[in-house]
Design a protein around this ligand. Structure first.
Ligand code: FEO
Length: 397
Protein backbone atom coordinates (compact mmCIF):
# COMPACT_ATOMS: atom_id res chain seq x y z
CA UNK A 1 0.00 0.00 0.00
CA UNK A 2 1.32 3.43 -0.99
CA UNK A 3 1.35 5.46 2.22
CA UNK A 4 0.90 8.69 0.30
CA UNK A 5 -2.57 10.05 -0.39
CA UNK A 6 -2.98 10.94 -4.04
CA UNK A 7 -5.60 12.88 -5.94
CA UNK A 8 -4.01 11.70 -9.19
CA UNK A 9 -0.75 9.94 -10.05
CA UNK A 10 1.32 13.05 -9.37
CA UNK A 11 -0.85 15.23 -7.18
CA UNK A 12 -0.56 14.46 -3.47
CA UNK A 13 -2.54 15.48 -0.42
CA UNK A 14 -0.09 16.81 2.17
CA UNK A 15 -2.56 18.45 4.58
CA UNK A 16 -3.21 17.67 8.23
CA UNK A 17 -6.01 17.20 10.74
CA UNK A 18 -6.23 19.42 13.80
CA UNK A 19 -8.05 17.73 16.67
CA UNK A 20 -6.59 19.96 19.40
CA UNK A 21 -7.64 23.52 18.60
CA UNK A 22 -10.80 24.40 20.53
CA UNK A 23 -11.77 27.55 18.63
CA UNK A 24 -11.19 28.28 14.96
CA UNK A 25 -10.03 31.91 14.58
CA UNK A 26 -10.23 31.82 18.40
CA UNK A 27 -13.98 32.27 17.91
CA UNK A 28 -15.75 29.24 16.45
CA UNK A 29 -16.01 25.96 18.39
CA UNK A 30 -14.42 22.92 16.77
CA UNK A 31 -16.02 19.91 18.51
CA UNK A 32 -15.17 17.76 15.50
CA UNK A 33 -11.85 19.43 14.67
CA UNK A 34 -10.79 20.76 11.30
CA UNK A 35 -8.38 19.89 8.51
CA UNK A 36 -5.90 22.25 6.87
CA UNK A 37 -5.54 20.94 3.34
CA UNK A 38 -2.44 21.44 1.23
CA UNK A 39 -1.60 19.76 -2.07
CA UNK A 40 1.69 18.92 -3.74
CA UNK A 41 2.10 18.64 -7.50
CA UNK A 42 5.10 16.49 -8.37
CA UNK A 43 6.43 17.54 -11.76
CA UNK A 44 9.46 19.00 -13.55
CA UNK A 45 8.78 21.95 -11.26
CA UNK A 46 7.27 20.89 -7.94
CA UNK A 47 4.44 23.02 -6.65
CA UNK A 48 2.78 23.23 -3.25
CA UNK A 49 -0.75 24.64 -3.18
CA UNK A 50 -1.26 26.42 0.17
CA UNK A 51 0.34 25.47 3.49
CA UNK A 52 -1.05 24.70 6.96
CA UNK A 53 -1.48 26.35 10.35
CA UNK A 54 1.88 27.02 12.05
CA UNK A 55 1.54 24.33 14.75
CA UNK A 56 1.35 21.68 12.00
CA UNK A 57 4.43 22.84 10.09
CA UNK A 58 6.61 19.84 10.95
CA UNK A 59 4.01 17.37 9.70
CA UNK A 60 3.69 19.28 6.43
CA UNK A 61 7.43 19.40 5.80
CA UNK A 62 7.80 15.71 6.66
CA UNK A 63 5.10 14.79 4.18
CA UNK A 64 6.54 16.95 1.40
CA UNK A 65 10.01 15.48 2.03
CA UNK A 66 8.65 11.95 1.89
CA UNK A 67 7.22 12.68 -1.57
CA UNK A 68 10.05 14.76 -3.02
CA UNK A 69 13.07 13.28 -1.27
CA UNK A 70 16.02 15.53 -2.15
CA UNK A 71 14.27 17.17 -5.07
CA UNK A 72 13.50 20.87 -4.58
CA UNK A 73 10.16 22.44 -3.87
CA UNK A 74 10.02 25.08 -6.59
CA UNK A 75 6.77 26.99 -6.16
CA UNK A 76 4.25 27.72 -3.45
CA UNK A 77 0.88 28.97 -4.68
CA UNK A 78 -0.86 31.02 -1.99
CA UNK A 79 -4.57 30.98 -2.74
CA UNK A 80 -5.30 32.58 0.63
CA UNK A 81 -3.00 34.34 3.11
CA UNK A 82 -4.99 33.77 6.30
CA UNK A 83 -2.47 32.20 8.71
CA UNK A 84 -4.28 28.85 8.92
CA UNK A 85 -2.98 28.41 5.35
CA UNK A 86 0.17 30.54 5.33
CA UNK A 87 1.49 29.83 8.82
CA UNK A 88 4.12 27.34 7.64
CA UNK A 89 5.59 29.71 5.10
CA UNK A 90 8.65 30.83 7.09
CA UNK A 91 9.67 27.26 7.90
CA UNK A 92 9.20 26.18 4.27
CA UNK A 93 11.58 28.90 3.13
CA UNK A 94 14.22 27.71 5.59
CA UNK A 95 13.84 24.18 4.25
CA UNK A 96 13.77 25.22 0.57
CA UNK A 97 15.48 28.66 0.32
CA UNK A 98 14.89 28.85 -3.43
CA UNK A 99 11.11 28.49 -3.08
CA UNK A 100 9.24 30.97 -5.26
CA UNK A 101 5.95 32.24 -3.87
CA UNK A 102 3.10 32.72 -6.31
CA UNK A 103 0.26 35.13 -5.59
CA UNK A 104 -1.45 38.30 -6.72
CA UNK A 105 -0.58 41.87 -5.75
CA UNK A 106 -2.86 41.81 -2.72
CA UNK A 107 -1.45 38.42 -1.67
CA UNK A 108 1.97 39.98 -1.35
CA UNK A 109 0.66 43.05 0.44
CA UNK A 110 -0.75 40.72 3.09
CA UNK A 111 2.21 38.31 3.20
CA UNK A 112 4.66 41.20 3.50
CA UNK A 113 2.55 42.60 6.31
CA UNK A 114 2.37 39.32 8.21
CA UNK A 115 5.84 37.91 7.64
CA UNK A 116 8.18 40.39 5.89
CA UNK A 117 9.25 40.62 2.28
CA UNK A 118 10.13 37.71 -0.02
CA UNK A 119 13.21 37.16 -2.15
CA UNK A 120 11.62 34.93 -4.77
CA UNK A 121 8.13 35.81 -5.84
CA UNK A 122 5.93 35.62 -8.90
CA UNK A 123 3.08 38.11 -9.09
CA UNK A 124 0.23 36.78 -11.20
CA UNK A 125 -2.94 38.37 -12.51
CA UNK A 126 -6.39 36.92 -13.12
CA UNK A 127 -6.20 34.38 -15.99
CA UNK A 128 -2.42 33.93 -15.90
CA UNK A 129 -0.98 30.43 -16.17
CA UNK A 130 2.02 28.57 -14.82
CA UNK A 131 3.43 25.53 -16.66
CA UNK A 132 5.18 23.03 -14.42
CA UNK A 133 5.89 20.27 -16.98
CA UNK A 134 2.96 17.89 -17.29
CA UNK A 135 0.62 20.27 -15.49
CA UNK A 136 -0.63 23.74 -16.17
CA UNK A 137 -2.13 25.98 -13.48
CA UNK A 138 -4.52 28.81 -14.27
CA UNK A 139 -5.25 31.44 -11.63
CA UNK A 140 -8.62 33.00 -10.97
CA UNK A 141 -9.11 36.06 -8.84
CA UNK A 142 -12.05 35.48 -6.46
CA UNK A 143 -11.84 38.38 -4.01
CA UNK A 144 -13.78 38.36 -0.74
CA UNK A 145 -14.27 34.61 -0.50
CA UNK A 146 -13.59 35.58 2.14
CA UNK A 147 -10.58 37.94 2.13
CA UNK A 148 -9.64 40.55 -0.50
CA UNK A 149 -6.71 38.55 -1.92
CA UNK A 150 -8.42 35.16 -2.22
CA UNK A 151 -7.95 33.33 -5.50
CA UNK A 152 -8.49 29.86 -6.92
CA UNK A 153 -6.10 27.72 -8.96
CA UNK A 154 -7.32 25.39 -11.69
CA UNK A 155 -5.13 22.51 -12.84
CA UNK A 156 -6.08 22.25 -16.49
CA UNK A 157 -4.91 18.74 -17.43
CA UNK A 158 -6.59 16.91 -14.54
CA UNK A 159 -9.52 19.31 -14.08
CA UNK A 160 -8.81 19.99 -10.40
CA UNK A 161 -10.00 23.21 -8.82
CA UNK A 162 -7.95 24.22 -5.78
CA UNK A 163 -10.57 26.49 -4.33
CA UNK A 164 -9.09 27.92 -1.13
CA UNK A 165 -11.67 28.26 1.66
CA UNK A 166 -14.59 28.05 -0.78
CA UNK A 167 -16.37 24.68 -0.65
CA UNK A 168 -14.67 23.90 2.66
CA UNK A 169 -16.01 23.05 6.08
CA UNK A 170 -15.24 22.29 9.71
CA UNK A 171 -14.53 18.68 10.80
CA UNK A 172 -11.47 16.49 10.43
CA UNK A 173 -10.94 14.10 7.56
CA UNK A 174 -11.22 10.74 9.26
CA UNK A 175 -9.45 7.84 7.55
CA UNK A 176 -9.87 9.32 4.07
CA UNK A 177 -9.96 12.69 2.34
CA UNK A 178 -12.38 11.81 -0.48
CA UNK A 179 -16.10 12.51 -0.69
CA UNK A 180 -16.86 8.90 -1.69
CA UNK A 181 -14.98 7.49 1.32
CA UNK A 182 -15.87 9.84 4.20
CA UNK A 183 -19.28 10.11 5.87
CA UNK A 184 -20.46 13.04 3.79
CA UNK A 185 -23.72 13.47 5.68
CA UNK A 186 -21.64 14.04 8.82
CA UNK A 187 -20.05 17.01 7.03
CA UNK A 188 -23.33 18.60 5.98
CA UNK A 189 -24.06 20.59 9.15
CA UNK A 190 -20.43 21.46 9.80
CA UNK A 191 -19.98 22.71 6.23
CA UNK A 192 -23.04 24.91 6.55
CA UNK A 193 -21.84 26.23 9.92
CA UNK A 194 -18.48 27.00 8.32
CA UNK A 195 -20.09 28.68 5.33
CA UNK A 196 -22.57 30.81 7.29
CA UNK A 197 -20.07 32.04 9.85
CA UNK A 198 -16.87 32.40 7.81
CA UNK A 199 -17.95 33.05 4.22
CA UNK A 200 -21.66 33.85 4.55
CA UNK A 201 -21.38 37.64 4.49
CA UNK A 202 -19.96 37.42 0.98
CA UNK A 203 -22.68 35.48 -0.84
CA UNK A 204 -22.62 37.87 -3.81
CA UNK A 205 -18.91 37.19 -4.27
CA UNK A 206 -19.55 33.45 -4.15
CA UNK A 207 -22.18 33.87 -6.88
CA UNK A 208 -19.69 35.93 -8.92
CA UNK A 209 -17.16 33.10 -8.58
CA UNK A 210 -19.78 30.59 -9.76
CA UNK A 211 -20.24 32.60 -12.95
CA UNK A 212 -16.48 32.74 -13.43
CA UNK A 213 -15.95 29.03 -12.90
CA UNK A 214 -18.96 27.82 -14.88
CA UNK A 215 -17.09 27.31 -18.18
CA UNK A 216 -14.33 25.26 -16.51
CA UNK A 217 -14.37 21.46 -16.90
CA UNK A 218 -14.04 20.87 -13.15
CA UNK A 219 -13.68 17.18 -12.29
CA UNK A 220 -12.47 17.56 -8.74
CA UNK A 221 -12.74 20.25 -6.05
CA UNK A 222 -9.92 20.44 -3.53
CA UNK A 223 -10.54 23.05 -0.88
CA UNK A 224 -8.39 24.09 2.09
CA UNK A 225 -10.77 22.51 4.65
CA UNK A 226 -12.91 19.38 4.42
CA UNK A 227 -13.26 16.62 1.82
CA UNK A 228 -11.86 16.51 -1.70
CA UNK A 229 -14.84 16.13 -4.04
CA UNK A 230 -13.74 13.71 -6.74
CA UNK A 231 -16.96 11.69 -7.19
CA UNK A 232 -19.68 14.25 -6.79
CA UNK A 233 -18.52 17.90 -6.93
CA UNK A 234 -22.16 18.82 -7.50
CA UNK A 235 -22.90 17.83 -3.87
CA UNK A 236 -20.93 20.76 -2.56
CA UNK A 237 -21.57 23.11 -5.50
CA UNK A 238 -25.33 22.87 -5.08
CA UNK A 239 -25.08 23.57 -1.35
CA UNK A 240 -22.81 26.59 -1.79
CA UNK A 241 -25.11 27.86 -4.53
CA UNK A 242 -28.16 27.57 -2.25
CA UNK A 243 -26.40 29.02 0.79
CA UNK A 244 -24.87 31.94 -1.12
CA UNK A 245 -28.33 32.85 -2.44
CA UNK A 246 -29.71 32.50 1.12
CA UNK A 247 -32.40 30.21 -0.20
CA UNK A 248 -34.69 29.45 2.71
CA UNK A 249 -37.27 26.73 3.40
CA UNK A 250 -40.49 26.68 5.42
CA UNK A 251 -38.77 26.36 8.79
CA UNK A 252 -38.76 28.57 11.87
CA UNK A 253 -35.91 29.08 14.30
CA UNK A 254 -36.95 30.15 17.79
CA UNK A 255 -34.15 31.93 19.67
CA UNK A 256 -34.64 32.93 23.28
CA UNK A 257 -32.74 34.31 26.22
CA UNK A 258 -34.12 33.71 29.68
CA UNK A 259 -32.85 34.20 33.25
CA UNK A 260 -35.50 32.41 35.28
CA UNK A 261 -37.58 30.62 32.65
CA UNK A 262 -40.39 33.11 32.01
CA UNK A 263 -39.32 34.10 28.50
CA UNK A 264 -38.35 30.51 27.83
CA UNK A 265 -41.89 29.34 28.70
CA UNK A 266 -43.32 31.74 26.10
CA UNK A 267 -40.81 30.54 23.48
CA UNK A 268 -41.64 26.88 24.16
CA UNK A 269 -45.36 27.57 23.94
CA UNK A 270 -44.95 29.40 20.63
CA UNK A 271 -42.68 26.67 19.21
CA UNK A 272 -45.23 23.94 19.96
CA UNK A 273 -47.96 26.03 18.39
CA UNK A 274 -45.84 26.48 15.26
CA UNK A 275 -45.53 22.72 14.91
CA UNK A 276 -49.26 22.30 15.55
CA UNK A 277 -49.99 24.81 12.78
CA UNK A 278 -47.98 22.66 10.36
CA UNK A 279 -44.47 24.14 10.25
CA UNK A 280 -42.33 21.12 9.36
CA UNK A 281 -39.04 22.32 10.78
CA UNK A 282 -38.99 24.15 14.14
CA UNK A 283 -35.70 24.55 15.97
CA UNK A 284 -35.44 26.09 19.44
CA UNK A 285 -32.21 27.57 20.84
CA UNK A 286 -31.30 29.01 24.20
CA UNK A 287 -28.93 31.79 23.12
CA UNK A 288 -27.07 31.55 26.44
CA UNK A 289 -26.41 27.86 25.97
CA UNK A 290 -25.79 27.30 22.26
CA UNK A 291 -22.90 29.01 20.52
CA UNK A 292 -24.11 31.64 18.07
CA UNK A 293 -22.39 29.84 15.16
CA UNK A 294 -24.89 26.95 15.41
CA UNK A 295 -27.85 29.33 15.66
CA UNK A 296 -26.69 31.32 12.66
CA UNK A 297 -26.28 28.11 10.69
CA UNK A 298 -29.84 27.01 11.52
CA UNK A 299 -31.35 30.40 10.69
CA UNK A 300 -29.57 30.42 7.32
CA UNK A 301 -32.02 27.87 5.91
CA UNK A 302 -35.19 29.04 7.70
CA UNK A 303 -37.70 31.51 6.37
CA UNK A 304 -39.00 32.44 9.83
CA UNK A 305 -37.30 33.58 13.02
CA UNK A 306 -38.85 34.10 16.46
CA UNK A 307 -36.79 36.30 18.76
CA UNK A 308 -37.51 36.24 22.48
CA UNK A 309 -35.85 38.35 25.14
CA UNK A 310 -36.41 39.59 28.65
CA UNK A 311 -35.49 43.16 29.52
CA UNK A 312 -31.98 43.45 30.88
CA UNK A 313 -30.72 46.88 31.97
CA UNK A 314 -33.55 48.36 29.85
CA UNK A 315 -32.05 46.59 26.86
CA UNK A 316 -31.88 43.24 25.12
CA UNK A 317 -30.68 40.20 27.03
CA UNK A 318 -26.91 40.03 26.23
CA UNK A 319 -26.86 36.55 24.67
CA UNK A 320 -29.80 37.40 22.38
CA UNK A 321 -28.11 40.68 21.50
CA UNK A 322 -24.98 38.73 20.52
CA UNK A 323 -26.95 36.56 18.08
CA UNK A 324 -28.92 39.44 16.56
CA UNK A 325 -25.67 41.38 16.09
CA UNK A 326 -24.35 38.42 14.06
CA UNK A 327 -27.40 38.70 11.76
CA UNK A 328 -26.72 42.40 11.33
CA UNK A 329 -22.99 41.89 10.70
CA UNK A 330 -23.81 39.42 7.92
CA UNK A 331 -26.61 41.57 6.52
CA UNK A 332 -28.88 38.51 6.49
CA UNK A 333 -31.95 39.05 4.39
CA UNK A 334 -35.21 37.46 3.25
CA UNK A 335 -36.54 36.49 6.69
CA UNK A 336 -39.77 37.18 8.52
CA UNK A 337 -39.60 37.68 12.25
CA UNK A 338 -41.86 37.62 15.29
CA UNK A 339 -40.90 39.18 18.60
CA UNK A 340 -41.86 38.16 22.14
CA UNK A 341 -40.44 38.74 25.60
CA UNK A 342 -40.92 39.82 29.18
CA UNK A 343 -40.57 43.00 31.20
CA UNK A 344 -40.39 43.55 34.96
CA UNK A 345 -40.09 47.08 36.40
CA UNK A 346 -39.09 48.28 32.95
CA UNK A 347 -39.16 46.95 29.40
CA UNK A 348 -36.43 47.21 26.81
CA UNK A 349 -35.91 43.70 25.40
CA UNK A 350 -38.94 43.60 23.13
CA UNK A 351 -38.53 47.27 22.17
CA UNK A 352 -34.93 46.67 21.11
CA UNK A 353 -35.83 43.52 19.18
CA UNK A 354 -38.47 45.43 17.20
CA UNK A 355 -35.82 48.05 16.40
CA UNK A 356 -33.26 45.42 15.33
CA UNK A 357 -35.75 43.62 13.08
CA UNK A 358 -36.36 46.98 11.39
CA UNK A 359 -32.61 47.52 10.95
CA UNK A 360 -32.31 44.07 9.39
CA UNK A 361 -35.08 44.93 6.95
CA UNK A 362 -36.93 41.74 7.91
CA UNK A 363 -40.68 41.54 7.64
CA UNK A 364 -42.44 41.69 11.01
CA UNK A 365 -45.11 39.04 11.52
CA UNK A 366 -48.09 39.71 13.82
CA UNK A 367 -48.03 41.85 16.94
CA UNK A 368 -45.13 41.57 19.39
CA UNK A 369 -46.04 40.05 22.74
CA UNK A 370 -44.50 41.48 25.90
CA UNK A 371 -45.58 39.83 29.15
CA UNK A 372 -45.25 41.66 32.46
CA UNK A 373 -43.21 39.51 34.90
CA UNK A 374 -44.39 36.21 33.39
CA UNK A 375 -46.87 35.15 30.74
CA UNK A 376 -50.51 34.78 31.80
CA UNK A 377 -53.19 33.03 29.76
CA UNK A 378 -53.83 36.07 27.57
CA UNK A 379 -50.08 36.38 26.80
CA UNK A 380 -49.93 32.69 25.87
CA UNK A 381 -52.98 33.11 23.64
CA UNK A 382 -51.23 36.05 21.97
CA UNK A 383 -48.15 33.81 21.39
CA UNK A 384 -50.43 31.21 19.81
CA UNK A 385 -51.92 33.82 17.47
CA UNK A 386 -48.39 34.88 16.58
CA UNK A 387 -47.48 31.26 15.82
CA UNK A 388 -50.49 30.96 13.53
CA UNK A 389 -49.51 34.12 11.63
CA UNK A 390 -45.90 32.94 11.35
CA UNK A 391 -46.94 29.47 10.16
CA UNK A 392 -49.15 30.99 7.45
CA UNK A 393 -46.32 33.23 6.37
CA UNK A 394 -43.56 30.59 6.11
CA UNK A 395 -45.82 27.94 4.57
CA UNK A 396 -47.05 30.32 1.88
CA UNK A 397 -43.45 30.70 0.62
FE1 FEO B 1 -9.19 28.76 6.21
FE2 FEO B 1 -9.86 31.97 5.63
O1 FEO B 1 -8.87 30.55 6.32
Amino acid sequence: MDRHIKLTANIHYVGVNDRRTELFENLWPLPEGISYNAYLIRDRKNVLIDTVEISKTDALIREIRSVLGDRPLDYLVVNHTEPDHSGALGALLKEWPGLCIVGNKVTFRFLDGFYGEWKHKKIIEHGDTLDTGRHRLRFFSTPMIHWPETMMTFEEHEGILFSGDAFGGFKTLDASIFDDEVDLQAFDNEMRRYYTNIVGKYGKNVQRAFALLKPLPVKMIASTHGPVFRSDPEWVLSRYDRWSREETGPGVTVIFGSMYGHTEAMAEHLARALRAYGVPDVKVFDASKTHSSYILSAVWECRGVVLASPAYNNDLFPSVKNVVDKFLERKMHKRCAAVIGTATWSGGGVKQLIKRVGELGWETVGDPVEAKYSADESDLDACKRLAKAMAEKVLSG
